[in-house]
Design a protein around this ligand. Structure first.
Ligand SMILES: [Mn+2]
Length: 255
């Protein structure tokens, strides 16, 4: 079974439309929305709303780890702009989701990233799109388990949950053959981003589950430029499927 996997699509709908070609199963591990493009300040929702110069300033504050100042700066921009913040933001997210889900291969198995708004997905998914979070699906005798979302951070991305809630979703899976998540297990070589030069959050519940249940494969994304894109935990091959927005091609797996 030829499986194509993508994660961290972040607005790359053109490439997404081609990503299922030649596959028998298509999997998306989330982060569809592009809030900020760290390589191109003219792209993404923040820039759409406030312009590239303000976007660059916001990114600089965040890069320096000045998250409170970044948030204050963001608040001041919203005040200048006026109007209802939530509805303007939701409008921009909906524009992106409309484009992305139209391009999403169908059928597909999907879970949420931390830069996703799960409550909106039912408006955009098509009948062949199966969204799984804390759930297992059997495809040709192979058990695929899915856990979506991220853990709490100072960045306050839209879909961050508590460690306890995340652990409960991991626990709900039981034994699987292929573990599919947005964030990696909490190992430093998998969670360190060499370009952002910081640790992203990995899950220790995920790490414990891998040690205990030894799935054949663990797939994840989230860390766009990881120190190591794969490692082994006992019998489990752990693989970061890559930053789709940069790669533009899916991760290919033959099962
Ligand atoms: Mn991402």
């Amino acid at each position: 079974m030829r499986v194509h996997v993508v994660s961290d699509v972040h607005g790359a709908s053109d490439a997404l439309a081609r990503a299922g070609e030649g596959s028998e199963l298509f999997i998306c591990l989330g982060d569809l929305v592009l809030f900020i493009d760290y390589h191109d300040m003219s792209r993404g929702i923040f820039s759409q709303l406030f312009g590239p110069d303000n976007c660059a300033k916001f990114v600089e504050l965040r890069t320096q780890g000045r998250y409170d100042q970044a948030r204050e700066f963001g608040n001041s921009l919203w005040e200048q702009r006026g109007g209802d913040r939530r509805s303007q933001l939701d409008d921009e997210v909906r524009k992106q989701y409309a484009e992305l889900f139209a391009a999403m291969p169908d059928p597909a198995l999907l879970t949420y990233g931390n830069v996703d708004l799960p409550t909106m997905w039912p408006e955009f998914t098509r009948p062949g799109h199966q969204v799984l979070d804390g759930q297992v699906v059997d495809i040709n005798g192979v058990r695929f388990g899915f856990v979506g979302g991220g853990l709490r951070t100072a960045m306050r991305t839209p879909f961050e949950i508590t460690d306890e809630d995340y652990a409960a979703k991991v626990e709900a899976l039981g034994r699987v053959d292929v573990l599919c998540t947005h964030i990696p297990p909490a190992l430093p070589e998998l969670t360190y981003d060499t370009v952002a030069r910081r640790f992203e959050r990995g899950s220790s519940a995920l790490l414990e589950a891998i040690v205990k249940t030894q799935p054949a494969i663990a797939l994840f994304g989230h860390v766009h430029q990881p120190l190591a894109s794969r490692t082994r935990i006992g019998k489990t091959e752990c693989m970061n499927v890559g930053h789709f927005r940069s790669r533009q091609t899916p991760f290919v797996l033959d099962l």
